[in-house]
Design a protein. Structure first.
Length: 619
């Protein structure tokens, strides 16, 4: 979604804003702009397209200020043009607003404001906010609490989900920020203060941050930051220390963030496991888990709620939790959950999976489950995010910052976190013996090495990508616990290469998708040596009988697979041997690499795919 940065401090403001926006590029955007204030005068520069065009516009027509705001826009209302780019101003030109989210009743407010003489120049819902704040300032006069008071009254009029950052040249060196839905983080530096959509925008300047909660405001001035509710009640907020090294948010010699993050997966998996398991006792220790063993032992149903890649992780989690803890599991899309009258009770554990902890649909589903009495747990990568604050417990993934829009290391870390959760549930419920638990833990501890071995397949996968990058369709097949990996492989290819791809349970191929198979249709078959291996061999034979090309992922150099394929049309990716429950973590690695290499060969922007955003913070 949209990226926001605001700054008050002694540094030159424009470089701080541009650098912050650059670090938010991964969120996806179609236009950008900045507004700065000097001597009571606001100067604005905006442009459609990439951030480099805004930098060029500023170089051609320089500006400087004492404080300011910046924005990268992902269009919701109005086309991606310079006119619709943020920041937006009111009629007087003295109020500036940047915004992430949607004002649902903007048309109603626009008609009202037009009746009061306001003139609008854009197609956006954001411009409404600037005019509404202007109107509230005008109506209340000197006793209305200034910009802060006018913003509160404007917030009371608006419906929707939004993160807003507002300044007025009439109130020097003050920035007002408000959150209702999309994330905002305040940075506390040495005599300088920041507000941003996400941590990477400010990490080069400070690691001390405060995450705004819903219906909270922050007012930044040269002397500090105050926090309050929308209703005006002052609140004390404790700063949190971000442990990420700023270098982690850079490419570190890799060509793309996606490539870097694929190769960071051994470390991410290791960090998610270490300190949480005991080989001696076979126990799992989840320190952020505030739910007691008695709470978990009483669970009769688990509902996993997620979106996109995290939903695929949830499907794997179903196999893990049912197989180890013997608890029935449902997996729901966050965007659908609250619209189907879900059956929830006090013995339901609602597990939300979200990399950012700010996914709007997932948060809404979490609130619905809690309202119906469910206990709740978040699997999340961002400390202090909304999902972690609203859940009864948290299992943090330790993937570090993920900048590429297409999730890679966050996904594998989620799989590991789900495995840990499944083991913990199994132990507290008495569903697993210590010996079996120790065997599962041994596999988890070996997993980083196996992932590293899978990464050595990159050159082979690149050669496969060279053969197939110009195809228009792919089919991905898997069975059992690797069926979700077929879905994930197809999603990755779609996201970054724009090739149409479908993931299917292999047993369903004969129920429709087989009609698509011809000599132009590559079929990726995930066929490790497991209990459904022979079934997968049958699916591979069916593809070959219809002239399709097969890319087979199997365990080692399998003779049975090799006899079915020919070197001219088909390819084999030999996976390291891995325990069946851990095979998804290893099998997904070459599929991520395939998507990456295909996209690079097609000239696609793998870190910022078109139309996509890193964190979907509006419905």
């Amino acid at each position: 979604m949209c990226g926001i940065i605001g700054y008050i401090g002694p540094k030159p403001v424009v470089p701080v804003l541009l650098d912050g926006l650059k670090r938010l590029e991964y969120r996806g955007y179609d236009s950008a702009g900045v507004a700065v204030v000097r001597d009571g005068v606001i100067a604005v520069r905006r442009s459609a397209g990439k951030l480099s065009r805004l930098a060029d516009a500023i170089a051609a027509d320089p500006l400087d200020g004492e404080y300011g705001v910046g924005h990268t826009r992902w269009a919701t209302h109005g086309r991606p043009t310079e006119e619709n780019a943020h920041p937006h101003r009111d009629c007087t030109g003295r109020i500036v607003v940047v915004h992430n989210g949607i004002i649902e009743n903007y048309l109603e407010l626009k008609v009202e404001l037009q009746g009061l003489g306001h003139r609008f120049v854009t197609e956006t819902d954001t411009e409404i906010v600037a005019h509404l704040v202007e109107q509230e300032l005008k109506a209340a006069g000197a006793d209305g609490g200034g910009l802060e008071g006018a913003t509160r009254r404007a917030l009371a009029r608006m419906r929707g989900m939004f993160a807003l950052v507002i300044l007025s040249s009439a109130e020097p060196r003050k920035i007002v920020a408000a959150r209702k839905g999309p994330p905002l983080v305040v940075g506390i530096g040495d005599g300088e203060y920041f507000v941003a959509s996400d941590i990477p925008a400010i990490l080069a300047h400070t690691r001390d941050v405060v995450f705004l909660a819903d219906d909270e405001m922050a007012v930044l001035t040269s002397s500090g930051v105050t926090f309050s509710t929308f209703a005006g009640a002052r609140i004390d907020r404790r700063t949190e220390r971000v442990l990420w090294d700023p270098i982690q948010a850079e490419k570190a010699g890799f060509k793309h963030f996606m490539q870097k993050e694929i190769f960071e997966q051994p470390q991410a998996v290791r960090e998610t496991v270490l300190g949480r398991v005991s080989l001696d006792t076979g126990r799992v220790f989840l320190e952020e888990m505030t739910l007691s063993d008695a709470d978990l032992a009483a669970v009769e149903q688990v509902t996993i709620i997620a979106c996109g890649t995290s939903w695929h992780a949830g499907l794997v989690g179903k196999y893990l939790i049912e197989g180890l803890a013997h608890v029935p599991v449902e997996v729901d899309y966050g965007s659908e959950y609250r619209y189907r009258a879900p059956i929830v009770g006090s013995r339901t554990l609602a597990v939300v999976i979200t990399q950012s902890g700010e996914t709007a649909d997932t948060l809404a589903a979490l609130r619905e489950a809690k309202a119906q009495g469910a206990r709740s747990l978040a699997i999340c990568n961002v400390v202090g995010s909304m999902a972690t604050r609203e859940s009864d417990g948290t299992v943090y993934t330790h993937a570090g910052p993920e900048i590429g829009v297409a999730s890679t290391k966050a996904f594998t870390s989620q799989l590991v976190a789900l495995h840990l959760l499944a083991l913990h549930l199994a132990r507290v419920r008495g569903a697993i013996a210590p010996e079996q638990s120790r065997a599962e833990i041994e596999g988890l501890l070996l997993l980083p090495t196996l992932v590293d071995q899978a990464l050595h397949l990159s050159a082979l996968v690149d050669e496969i990508a060279r053969r197939f990058y110009n195809r228009s369709d792919f089919l991905f097949l898997g069975r059992g616990i690797n069926y979700p990996i077929a879905l994930e492989g197809a999603l990755k290819l779609k996201e970054v290469s724009y090739i149409h791809a479908e993931g299917y349970p292999a047993g369903e191929m004969k129920h429709g998708p087989i009609a698509l198979i011809d000599e132009r249709m590559p079929v990726v078959a995930i066929a490790p040596r497991d209990h459904v291996f022979e079934k997968m061999l049958g699916n591979i034979q069916e593809v070959k009988a219809r002239g399709g090309s097969v890319i087979a992922l199997t365990t080692g150099r399998d003779d049975l697979v090799e006899r079915l394929l020919d070197t001219e049309h088909d390819s084999i990716i030999a996976l390291p041997e891995v325990p069946p429950r851990l095979s998804p973590v290893v099998a997904v690695i070459p599929l991520q690499l395939l998507a990456y290499h295909v996209a690079v060969r097609r000239g696609c922007d793998v870190d910022q795919p078109r139309n996509l955003a890193k964190s979907v913070t509006v419905e």
